[in-house]
Design a protein around this ligand. Structure first.
Ligand SMILES: Cc1ncc(COP(=O)(O)O)c(C=O)c1O
Length: 401
């Protein structure tokens, strides 16, 4: 028997790259829900913790795995080129960047650490940081104390981070402002334009933890003048855990000394014995070695879905759903904790009830098939483009008055 006759074939490397092998192109607003099996079982309103995966994302991950199963390393050059050119260009389109300004990372924290450890700090410098950041955007800066760099904490005002408060903390040794584009605990959406304008006015760099923004709200890093930005794939991007991207504005690429250097950081990636420490001319210099292609194939599918639905419509859908939830919650006697002011509202909506414990409510909802998170003693929902008003209704029905 010829063993090859029984070999599973997925069509060789070429099968990885045709346009619609993962069934994305027939998706639109009328049928997007069908791509998310979780909807058949639960009202999943917890995408700001870990987003549920769609079938096309899982198919893309499997497709990559099948290629390695059936073809080993044979498509390696094509993988690298596709990840570098096609996928990064699509990520770039999503956030208003050029593909050369994108590096793959395994999580948000890795991108933040690139800035913290790569920035040319001098003894006596300071950076500005809100006092309600997720710890990813805290410890990497605290560690800089050993290099004589201090943190100036911006005190939140009832969950808001005001640009004027950032301004007041700046002095001539302030080099960087680092903050969450959307706060994880209460959904406060930073005024990125005003924050960036201030930074540019004062010659200060702006670094964003954008994991709670990207995938839910429109973004144009070029127009906004952002210097650095990091996004993990596993929340609003609805991409696999262990994926993400780091944006480094082209004009400041040379400012950072890549903290993690390996054979992929340099140009001669296939010329193994020609040792020359000359960084690649793009943000790919921050990728020290072979990247998580399996996950990146899934990330790509997730990005393609967002581009098809368009970020503008995704944002508007999310804000409409959360507005709808606010009205229903208020009617039921709940208090809205998140700011819903225009320009401050996001997909993260926090609320509470003076007569009910948040943890107990969360468990009760879970038993009723509704998932959300508890953050800072409040309930937090984070619906996205595959969610609908029926799922908000299920939440409201399952909540006690
Ligand atoms: C604002 C914010 N930053 C960072 C993280 C962690 O991201 P990662 O695990 O991708 O580093 C989270 C959530 O877990 C978050 O809410």
């Amino acid at each position: 028997m010829n063993i090859l006759e029984n070999a599973v074939s997925v069509g060789g490397p070429a099968a990885l790259f045709p346009d619609d092998r993962n069934g994305i192109e027939h998706l639109d607003w009328s049928n997007i829900g069908q791509a998310f099996p979780i909807k058949q079982r639960r009202a999943y309103l917890n995408n700001a913790s870990i987003g549920a995966l769609s079938q096309p994302v899982v198919a893309a991950v499997n497709r990559f795995m099948e290629d390695v199963r059936d073809n080993g390393r044979n498509a390696y050059p094509e993988w690298c080129r596709y990840a570098e050119e096609t996928i990064k260009a699509r990520i770039g389109r999503l956030i208003g960047a050029h593909r050369d300004e994108i590096a793959y990372v395994k999580n948000t924290t890795e991108g933040l650490v690139n800035v913290a450890n790569g920035f040319p700090w001098r003894d006596g410098d300071n950076l500005i940081l809100p006092d309600i950041e997720y710890p990813s955007n805290v410890y990497c800066w605290m560690k800089l104390a050993a290099r004589g760099v201090t943190i100036r904490w911006v005190k939140n005002r009832n969950g808001r981070i005001l640009v004027d408060d950032i301004r007041r903390l700046m002095d001539d040794r302030t080099r960087l402002v680092s903050l969450s584009a959307v706060q994880f605990s209460n959904g406060f959406r930073q005024d990125l334009e005003a924050t960036s304008n201030l930074c540019h006015e004062r010659g200060v760099y702006l670094n964003l933890d954008a994991i709670q923004w990207a995938g839910s709200l429109e973004l144009d890093v070029e127009k906004l003048g952002i210097h650095f930005l990091s996004v993990g794939g596993h929340k609003w991007m609805l991409a696999p855990i262990g994926t993400g991207f780091f944006y480094c504005r082209k004009s400041v690429l040379g400012l950072l000394d890549p903290p993690s250097v390996g054979y992929h950081s340099v140009d001669s990636t296939e010329d193994h014995m020609h040792y020359m420490l000359e960084y690649r001319p793009t943000a790919a210099r921050f990728e020290e070695a072979l990247a998580n292609f399996t996950g990146i194939w899934g990330l790509d599918a997730a990005v393609r879905i967002q581009l098809a639905l368009t970020p503008a419509r995704i944002e508007s859908h999310i804000l409409t759903l959360t507005d709808y939830a606010c009205e229903a919650l208020l009617r039921k006697g709940y208090q809205i904790v998140s700011s819903r002011n225009p320009g401050e509202a996001s997909g993260n909506l926090s609320f509470k009830h003076s007569g009910h414990d948040a943890q107990e409510l969360s468990q009760r909802l879970r038993d009723a098939g509704v998932d959300l998170a508890v953050r800072g003693g409040n309930l937090r929902i984070s619906p996205t483009y595959y969610n609908d008003s029926d799922e908000i209704d299920r939440l409201i029905e399952a909540l006690p008055s």
